[in-house]
Design a protein around this ligand. Sequence first.
Ligand SMILES: [Zn+2]
Ligand SMILES: [Zn+2]
Ligand SMILES: [Zn+2]
Length: 187
Amino acid sequence: MGERPVPARVRPSWDDYFITIAWVVSSRSSCSRRAVGALIVTDKRIVSTGYNGTPFGVANCDEGGCPRCASDEPAQAGYDWCLCVHAEQNAIALAARQGTATQGATIYVTLRPCFGCLKEAIQAGIREIVFDQPFDYLPSLEEAYQTLVRQSGITLRQHNYSAAHPVPPLAAPAVHQTGPEMPDVTE
Ligand SMILES: [Zn+2]
Ligand SMILES: [Zn+2]
Ligand SMILES: [Zn+2]
């Protein structure tokens, strides 16, 4: 008996690996609007995960738990009365619950973080945000967003899938392909 040939294994990059897991995390979302997943990574170890949905003890969003999400309020409107906790907020809050440090971490998220989640990530000591799908803001908010990114020094970048590890099936292809690219803010 000779040696069994070992097939070449193409391993995903860390970024492909973590962003793909973020999509799996998003599959647990209960939000009736859009499923988002996030994970917090320190030294290449996942220390927390989060997906969007109503807080613990509150009826799930897709069961009518959030009146705003169930209304015809357009995207980006009515956030002040939305009961859903964002994926990034949940990942940060669940780390806090468990006493897990987020200082110096990277957060992987399937959608570019909103203004609120960006602020919270900065305050949690997160140094880098890697997101998949873009999200457009009105110019005034975009300007404030970019100022915050620049002055805080946080790194924000959109993930590019490698040819060997294309967009995972859970990602919404239409949104992914038609969304505008983010401006390069990381220099
Ligand atoms: Zn919702
Ligand atoms: Zn909501
Ligand atoms: Zn958010």
